[in-house]
Ligand binder design. Structure first.
Ligand SMILES: *[C@@H]1O[C@H](CO)[C@@H](O)[C@H](O)[C@H]1NC(C)=O
Ligand SMILES: *[C@@H]1O[C@H](CO)[C@@H](O)[C@H](O)[C@H]1NC(C)=O
Ligand SMILES: [Zn+2]
Length: 309
């Protein structure tokens, strides 16, 4: 154990306590290794009509165009932030004072980044295809004091789902996170801090112009139906070995958390919007046409003048 400053230590202990409090109600993912049955999580998880995740089909979505996302402080270093084994995932807790925020992109407000965690195998599927890994960047609407309050309101929470695809080359920012795993994977509630200068932007895809947008829920109990979802179409490269490292995270019963994705939920005829370009492009056309009015007047004047001559 390396020495911490007293304040750092206190924050880490508090984060640990918060994580433990959140673990009070016991629930499990399906045992996919042994073809286990789907456990019932109760409440809204079973009865809700706007649950997540869902399968996203380009061909059955509505075409949409929104203004571009405004990302604030997505490039600040996350070195030193708390990284915790929650027993259902591993999660990076973002301190409020980092002021990492997003607006635009059709989001109904400004949202502040709270935490990010991973699901190994993806929760969302696109055109029926499952991806090896999905990260959730969880934000809350700044008009609410905290996530527990925000989840009580429609669109109180905005989650970015970013999918990863398998390739040959390791994804360095993920390696920087995985380096912290050995010290927390054995025990639920244990924490460490991120040791490298990774940023939030490292976990956005290169192209943030193309995405699916729909109204859904948290994918873990209590499955609150408070989430405005953005699932990007572009994906982040990763190796299969990097993904496999997550499988050594242990649950509270000591067993390995082999996978942590919820099954696809019924869409109940929900609107799914597919955005493939920014609204801005049309604004520049508007400017062009306002510019063309004086040109038209000038042309008319020139014609009139040539007649008079
Ligand atoms: C998994 O279980 C279901 C029902 O519980 C069964 O229908 C299916 O054949 C099983 N699949 C395998 C590969 O054992
Ligand atoms: C969240 O904010 C509400 C309203 O300010 C407050 O009553 C509640 O105690 C807060 N909860 C947590 C977990 O901080
Ligand atoms: Zn999640």
């Amino acid at each position: 154990m390396r020495p911490f400053l007293a304040a750092d230590k206190l924050i880490i202990i508090l984060a640990g306590i918060c994580a433990t409090v959140a673990l009070q109600t016991h629930w499990e993912y399906p045992d996919r290794v042994n073809n286990g049955t789907e456990p019932s999580w109760g409440g809204k998880c079973d009865a809700g009509k706007r649950q997540s995740p869902i399968d996203l089909y380009t061909t059955s979505s509505f075409k949409g165009e929104f203004h571009k996302f405004e990302f604030k402080n997505y490039d600040v270093s996350l070195r030193g932030t708390t990284f915790v084994n929650t027993g259902h995932s591993v999660q990076v807790i973002i301190p409020e004072d980092k002021q990492i925020e997003v607006s635009g992109g059709g989001l109904p407000g400004t949202y502040i980044f709270e935490q990010m965690h991973w699901h190994w195998w993806s929760e969302h599927t696109i055109d029926g295809l499952r991806y090896p890994l999905e990260i959730h960047l969880v934000h809350r609407n700044t008009k609410y004091a905290n996530v527990s309050e925000a989840v009580q309101y429609k669109n109180g929470v905005a989650v970015f789902g970013v999918l990863f695809h398998i390739t040959d080359d390791i994804y360095e920012p993920l390696t920087d996170v995985l380096n912290g795993l050995p010290s927390i994977e054995d025990k639920v509630g244990s924490t460490t801090t991120l040791a490298n200068d990774i940023t939030t932007a490292d976990f956005l895809p290169a192209d943030t112009k193309k995405y699916f947008r729909y109204e859904g829920s948290l994918t873990t109990p209590d499955c609150d139906e408070a989430v405005v979802w953005t699932v990007f179409e572009d994906t982040i490269p990763v190796t299969i070995e990097q993904v496999e490292e997550f499988k050594y995270v242990r649950k509270d019963d000591g067993a390995f958390l082999e996978s942590n994705y919820r099954s696809i939920q019924a869409s109940y005829n929900r609107a799914i919007i597919y955005v493939d370009r920014e609204l801005e492009e049309r604004n520049s056309q508007v400017q062009l046409s306002t510019c063309s009015i004086p040109i038209t007047i000038l042309a008319v004047l020139l014609v009139l003048r040539s007649r008079l001559d």
